[in-house]
Design a protein. Structure first.
Length: 353
């Protein structure tokens, strides 16, 4: 495991213990039965997602060649994100314990229904859970269009430097492209060796994209199809980005000892989003990011029940437990992105004097 965990923030963890007693918390969670599967919940969610998806497709057929179909693009973006949340939970074995049904659910929800590679996402997401906010090992904070650490930003020049200088302002507009990025990354990953069952995954992606294209061709004009595609994929990207962005960006730097502790590694690098059942639904349970990272296989509806247990345990062991409103969490992310690009902006000002 990498110990270079310069996180996406320079906040200090001085005074925080190097060990936390995670085993004691895990025993209490098991005693309360919070790791037990919730098949009834997930059956309802799966049926609701499939029925909503079917309803959108049926409505598009009835509204053929009408501009009212653009409202259905919004609905489809919402149900696509909810399908993505279900696939996320399935990938963590929250829905089923055994490998075969888990993989089948993942392929159904990711490849067939959403046009994303389940195998590629699993590899990427498992690496994120193992090394949250580690600039060398967490794929979610590796340098790309956005960078999350000043050291990553320093060597950038040309167009990359311009993007970093303005990344705070560009963050939400760039999310409009996130769904497209996920589709492209999935295809690129599957075209290279390394992912188990990639032929099947590619075939399912082909069925998805073929079915999506056929749906647009048969229910919209060519101009409507373009607008529908932009609305659906753009809003889906924003929805997914806004669901994942608040969870880790701007969290503190860890020492090597803290990184080695399973509770500190997950709690200190994660942030919860406050809210009630509506927020739970909208964010697919990802608002309980601390509990989810501590117990990835815990079914989504149990995360709310685990929260007071985890919060009390952290208070007892003097471990900071980060919570914020959705607005505050987004503001923190934007401020952090602005701070990361500050040196490049200052250098630019000096160079242009």
């Amino acid at each position: 495991m990498s110990t270079n965990v310069r996180s996406t923030s320079a906040r200090s963890t001085a005074g925080i213990p190097a060990t936390s007693g995670y085993a004691d918390l895990a025993r209490e969670i098991r005693r309360l039965g919070l790791q037990r599967r919730r098949p009834g919940f997930y059956t309802i969610v799966l049926i609701a997602n499939l029925m909503t998806l079917g309803g959108v497709v049926t409505a598009m057929a009835f509204l053929r060649d009408s501009w009212w179909v653009m409202l259905l693009a919004v609905a489809l973006a919402i149900v696509s994100a909810q399908i993505g949340f279900f696939g996320h939970d399935a990938g963590h074995h929250q829905v089923a314990r055994r490998r075969v049904p888990t993989r089948l659910l993942g392929l159904l929800n990711a490849n067939l229904l959403n046009g994303l590679s389940y195998g590629w996402w699993i590899d990427k997401h498992n690496a994120h859970h193992a090394h949250p906010n580690d600039l060398e090992a967490d794929p979610d904070v590796l340098p790309g269009i956005l960078v999350f650490d000043a050291a990553q930003a320093a060597p950038r020049t040309g167009a990359a430097a311009w993007l970093t200088r303005h990344q705070a302002a560009l963050f939400f507009p760039l999310l409009l492209l996130e769904a497209l990025n996920l589709h492209v990354s999935s295809v690129r990953a599957l075209l290279k060796p390394g992912i188990r069952g990639r032929t099947l995954e590619l075939a399912l992606l082909g069925v998805h994209f073929g079915g999506y294209t056929a749906l647009l061709i048969t229910t919209t004009t060519w101009l409507q199809a373009i607008v529908f595609l932009v609305i659906h994929q753009g809003l889906l990207g924003v929805y997914l980005g806004c669901s994942f962005a608040p969870n880790h960006k701007g969290m503190p730097t860890l020492t090597a000892a803290q990184t080695a502790d399973p509770l500190l590694r997950q709690v200190l690098t994660s942030r919860n989003v406050r809210g009630g059942p509506f927020v739970d639904f909208v964010l697919g349970g990802l608002n309980y990011q601390i509990e989810h990272h501590l117990f990835p296989s815990m079914p989504r509806p149990n995360l709310r029940k685990a929260q007071p247990v985890v919060r009390s345990f952290c208070a007892l062991h003097r471990v900071p437990y980060a919570e914020a409103s959705a607005f505050t969490s987004y503001r923190t992310v934007i401020r952090h992105l602005r701070d990361v690009g500050a040196d490049l902006r200052n250098a630019r000002k000096i160079a242009t004097r």
